[in-house]
Each structure stands twice: as structure tokens, then as C-alpha cells.
Design a protein around this ligand. Structure first.
Ligand code: SAM
Length: 214
């Protein structure tokens, strides 16, 4: 995966490559698909959701420009793989998921793996509100695509801070947007096109066509 799909496509960020080498992706995919764990494709994790493609996980992690010790909010825990990558890079991760079954499965997975609870804190709820009790965050990573940048997340950025979020006005087509906050001023830059599952919630898309829980 590292040689062919990441370095082979020009990715050179050593701390991201090291994390992608060290975190066993096969432990985050359903058992029946473990033979595909190191292919460069998203895989279904149930409830209409997916674990993202390794190349995209690496790109998002690079765009965060992370340093050890930083406090990171992830919206969309899913399998927990991206959270594990960020923790492996030395971040203190706060990750929120809206689907109870995925939240529970990720918590159980980290428990079995012996992941330190100080490194990854998992929450259940609508992540478009962020986690105001734990803000501000040095970095915010949203791993689902919404129609806009949720205002509560903008308010929870540290100064200086960076947010990486897929945004698009079609439900399954977005551009990755990087929001910078420095000296009290915001700026934003869009980069590659991506296709993430929907960011559902108060400050995301409003109707859930796949899961009735929230
Ligand atoms: N980061 C995940 C991983 O490494 O497996 C992949 C995330 S998956 C592409 C997107 C996740 O975002 C799904 O699990 C979905 O339920 C979740 N999600 C969508 N809207 C959400 C919201 N408002 N709050 C929290 N999680 C949300």
C-alpha cells in the first residue's frame, strides 16, 4: 500500500507515511474484506458508511499539517482508522460519530487494540456542532461531505488553526477545503475533488436516507 498507492503517487510526508505503515488497516475493516484492506479503495463498514481510501486518508492527514501534541477534532469516526492515524502522528484526538453502532464498534476496537484512552477520545452525537466543551482545537478534520462549512466548527478553531473539510453542493461530490485561522483572520483554499459520504446533521445535509437514528 505504502509503496504502490502512496509513495508511488508522489506522497512524501514522512510522519504520515510512517503512521500509515504502523496502523494495521485490516483491523478496521469487516473480517470478510480483510484481503482488500491494503488496496487503495474505500470499503463498506455497515450502515451505508465506509472507511476511506488510504490515498485520501493520507492526503487529508498531510493537509492538516499536524505536529505532535496538537489537539484534533475529527467529525465522522466511522471505523476509527483516520483517528488511529492521527493518534499515531502524536495528536490528541477527539472524534465524534453520529451512528451509535459505529461509535460502539470503534470504541470496542480501540479497547481490544489497547489504544490509550488519552490518545483517542470518542463521542456520540451530531459532529456538526463540534465539541464546544473541549474547544479550541488546533486542527479539525471532517471526514464526511457537507453543503457548507459548519459555523460551530469555525468557532472552535484555535488561533492559529487549520480545518480540512470536504464541501460541495452535490451530496456525493465535494472539493477538499482548507480553512486557516490566524491572528483573528480566516482564509480558505479549495484543493482536490473527492467523493465522501454525506455529512448529516443540523449544520450539514438535513435528511438521512440511510439511517434513522438522529
Ligand atoms: N473517518 C472514518 C474512518 O476512518 O473510518 C471514515 C468516515 S466515513 C467516510 C464518514 C463518517 O461520518 C460516517 O461514519 C458517518 O456516519 C459520519 N457522519 C456523518 N455525519 C456526521 C455528523 N453530523 N456527526 C458525526 N459523524 C457523522
Amino acid at each position: 500500500m505504502l509503496r504502490e498507492h502512496l509513495m508511488g503517487r508522489g506522497l512524501r510526508n514522512l510522519s504520515v507515511l510512517k503512521a500509515m505503515r504502523d496502523v494495521p488497516r485490516h483491523l478496521f475493516v469487516p473480517e470478510a474484506m480483510r484481503n482488500l484492506a491494503y488496496e487503495d479503495c474505500p470499503l463498506p463498514i455497515g450502515f451505508g458508511q465506509s472507511i476511506s481510501q488510504p490515498f485520501i486518508v493520507a492526503c487529508m492527514s498531510i493537509l492538516l499539517d499536524l505536529r505532535p501534541g496538537m489537539k484534533v477534532l475529527e467529525v465522522g469516526t466511522g471505523s476509527g482508522y483516520q483517528a488511529a492515524i492521527l493518534a499515531s502522528m502524536g495528536a490528541r484526538v477527539y472524534s465524534i460519530e453520529r451512528i451509535p453502532e459505529l461509535h460502539k464498534a470503534a470504541a470496542e476496537r480501540f479497547r481490544r487494540m489497547g489504544t490509550e484512552s488519552a490518545a483517542i477520545n470518542l463521542f456520540l452525537g451530531d459532529g456538526t456542532f463540534g465539541l464546544p466543551d473541549y474547544a479550541p482545537f488546533d486542527r479539525i478534520l471532517v471526514t464526511a461531505g457537507g453543503p457548507d462549512i459548519p459555523e460551530p466548527l469555525v468557532m472552535q478553531m484555535a488561533d492559529p488553526g487549520i480545518m480540512v473539510i470536504p464541501v460541495g453542493n452535490e451530496r456525493n461530490r465535494q472539493r477538499i477545503v482548507r480553512v486557516f485561522y490566524q491572528n483573528g483572520k480566516y482564509s480558505a483554499r479549495a484543493s482536490r475533488s473527492v467523493s465522501f459520504v454525506e455529512l448529516l446533521g443540523e449544520h450539514g445535509w438535513h435528511t438521512d436516507r440511510t439511517h434513522p437514528t438522529f
